[in-house]
Write a protein that binds this ligand. Structure first.
Ligand code: SF4
Length: 620
């Protein structure tokens, strides 16, 4: 079919073998690409009881129909495996150019199994996969690895996806990084790569992508690039990137502060997006992912002080929180240095920041002491403590070794009632806004198929800016999108999870398509132009639903229980003590009830009903 390469690469690192097999048309029909391919291939390949860090775990990378074409944001890539953080699914979507290059190199997906006896990396060229030695790369950070591979092959256009030392040390919150800053996590994909002695996957392709109707694709692309200019996020992201979102959270008193003990951070003005724009942004050096017309990757440089010379990009809203308010730090230069350090170590910054915040609260409450920290005083905002713990986590040493395995496991280790304020779900740390402020986001954290994460549902309609027509489609009632409403929020989250699964499978950016562009009737034109097929909105929504249900079945097979769909005690029982949302907690039960009903999943077992499985063709 047009829009696909027709090839899936298979690599067995134990046997030192590589091969190409044809892409099954049924895989395309039922799962579309990207995230859909990842879950179907993982579901079929990973046996029950597989060790996440063992040879029987499988790592899958996938491209999608829009990758490498003119379609907006077509440079993304998808990765997935069984997670070492929680034993269920980990899959993540990264940006940049790596996904387009993979497609040009001729692959719809790449399946990696086994374990190499020595460090290695993959070099994927036009329809060819080589396993090459990487002893000299082992111990290098993600930036050095990329530079060394490009230099070795004499080609700066090779796109490199790699792990840092955190992945080598099999840290449960290690991610994989492409082009130094785009990471596909969360939940330990980097550790899975490290466990296979796989340092990097480099891609370079020169093949084009067959497009069924190029003129229609140009027209559809133009249409979407016009829509994005009318959306609220366009001007904000193009100037500041996602960090500006934290300003709205701060006004609502939903800026998770000192590990969620407050919703207000006194030093917020110093770490606000405006401050980064005025003092650190390299004007005129904004970056966008491949074919994206909303460039949100701004480059920053610290020019003076202790962190002078620190350079990088990709500061996110989550960075402002995880290395700012959550750990009580109001020094923007230090905050940026933590961000760059995690990129180079190959650590998931959201999980790392929250694990440190958790440790700081344990220290504040004298659950742990200097004896446990190796002499590091874990005072709120201490840059010495934060940088020290990041290094320990990446090296799997000292207290960092415990924290790097996730806050749920750390809380079990520390005891003293600390599990109540371990801000995680399924051992994945809560990523952005405080759930007590937004019910749909709270529900999304509780049920997301990889643990607490905002990008699975990404219910932006709760922030406003969604048209009444779309609200009716998503929620069944326009007022259900309001922050104070709880009715129909389960239905809305299920719908949003389905459309986000479609977006991840097309390989489109969810930030770019947060509102109108993400609706299936808008993206349909791009898909039909590329493939030459007459896909329908109903078909797309059914694919999104199938993906979410198969992810559910994967997780149940690997030990998930319905009781795991919950939130930390702090979010359910400790009202926000101050600010505009003072007194709020999450009333989770009615939200869950509505969500399970909308999904047609049983509350007692967590399984989809037999009718639902039949309807989605998952009953075989
Ligand atoms: S919106 Fe930002 S993250 Fe998304 S594709 Fe564009 S540049 Fe990349």
């Amino acid at each position: 079919m047009k829009g696909y390469t027709g090839n899936i690469g298979w690599v067995d690192l134990t046997r030192n073998s590589t091969t190409l097999i044809p892409t099954d048309e049924r895989l395309i029909e039922n799962y579309l690409g990207g995230r859909g391919f990842v879950i179907k291939l993982l579901f079929d390949q990973i046996p029950e009881g597989a060790d996440p860090l063992g040879e029987d775990n499988v790592l899958v990378f996938a491209s999608g129909p829009l990758n490498g074409t003119l379609a907006p944001t077509g440079g993304r890539w998808m990765v997935g495996a069984k997670s070492p953080a929680n034993g269920i699914l980990v899959s993540g979507n990264g940006g940049g150019l790596w996904g387009a290059e993979m497609k040009w190199a001729g692959l719809d997906a790449l399946i990696i199994r086994g374990k190499s006896p020595h460090p290695c990396y993959l070099m994927v060229g036009d329809d060819k996969i080589e396993i090459l030695p990487a002893q000299d790369l082992w111990g290098k950070d993600t930036w050095e690895t990329e530079d060394m591979i490009q230099a070795r092959h004499g080609d700066p256009q090779i796109r490199v996806l790699s792990i840092g030392i955190a992945g080598e040390n099999r840290v449960s919150m290690a991610s994989v990084f492409s082009e130094k800053v785009h990471h596909g996590g969360r939940g330990g994909t980097g550790a899975v790569m490290g466990s296979k002695n796989l340092k990097a996957v480099a891609v370079r392709g020169t093949q084009g992508v067959g497009i069924a109707d190029p003129e229609a694709l140009i027209a559809e692309t133009g249409k979407i690039n016009e829509i994005i200019k009318t959306e609220s996020q366009y001007a904000i992201y193009s100037k500041y990137g996602s960090p500006k979102n934290t300003t709205a959270y701060a006004k609502l008193g939903g800026l998770t502060t000192r590990n969620g003990q407050s919703g207000i951070f006194a030093g917020f003005e110093k770490i606000e997006a405006e401050n980064f724009y005025n003092n650190f942004k390299l004007k005129g050096h904004t970056k966008a992912c491949f074919t994206c017309s909303m460039p949100c990757f701004h480059q920053h440089l610290v020019c003076e002080g202790k962190y002078a010379g620190t350079f990088g990009s990709g500061l996110q809203n989550s960075t402002i929180q995880c290395f700012g308010s959550k750990v009580g730090n109001d020094d923007p230069a230090a905050l940026f240095a933590f961000h760059v350090a995690t990129n180079r170590y190959g650590l998931d910054e959201i999980s790392a920041g929250l694990a440190i915040a958790f440790a700081m609260e344990c220290y504040q409450k004298e659950i742990i002491s200097l004896k446990d920290t190796g002499g590091l005083a874990l005072e709120w905002g201490s840059d010495t403590a934060i940088m020290g713990l990041l290094a320990q986590m990446a090296r799997a040493q000292g207290l960092g070794k415990i924290l790097g395995q996730g806050t749920q496991r750390a809380a079990r280790h520390f005891g003293g009632g600390s599990e109540k304020f371990a801000l995680q779900v399924k051992n994945l740390e809560i990523s952005t806004v405080d759930p007590r402020v937004f019910p749909a986001w709270a529900l999304g954290y509780a049920v997301a198929s990889r643990g607490a994460d905002h990008m699975r549902a990404f219910p932006t309609w709760e922030f406003g800016g969604t048209t009444e027509t779309d609200l009716l489609k998503i929620l069944g009632a326009p007022t259900a999108g309001e922050r104070s409403a709880t009715a129909n929020k389960g239905k809305g989250v299920a719908f949003s999870e389905d459309i986000r699964a479609v977006t991840d499978s097309l390989q489109m950016c969810k930030t770019f398509s947060a509102r109108k562009i993400g609706m299936p009737e808008t993206t349909l034109g791009l898909l039909n132009a590329v493939t030459g097929r007459a896909w329908t909105e109903t078909q797309l929504m059914r694919i999104g639903e199938r993906i979410n249900n198969l992810e559910r079945l994967f997780n149940l097979r690997h030990g998930l229980k319905p009781a795991d769909d919950t939130l930390p005690v702090r979010m359910l029982e400790e009202p926000l003590p101050d600010g505009a949302s003072q007194g709020m907690v999450v009333e989770l039960e009615p939200l869950l009830e509505d969500y399970y009903r909308s999904r047609d999943w049983r509350r007692d077992t967590g399984y989809p009903s037999p009718d639902k499985l039949r309807e989605l063709g998952l009953d075989a």
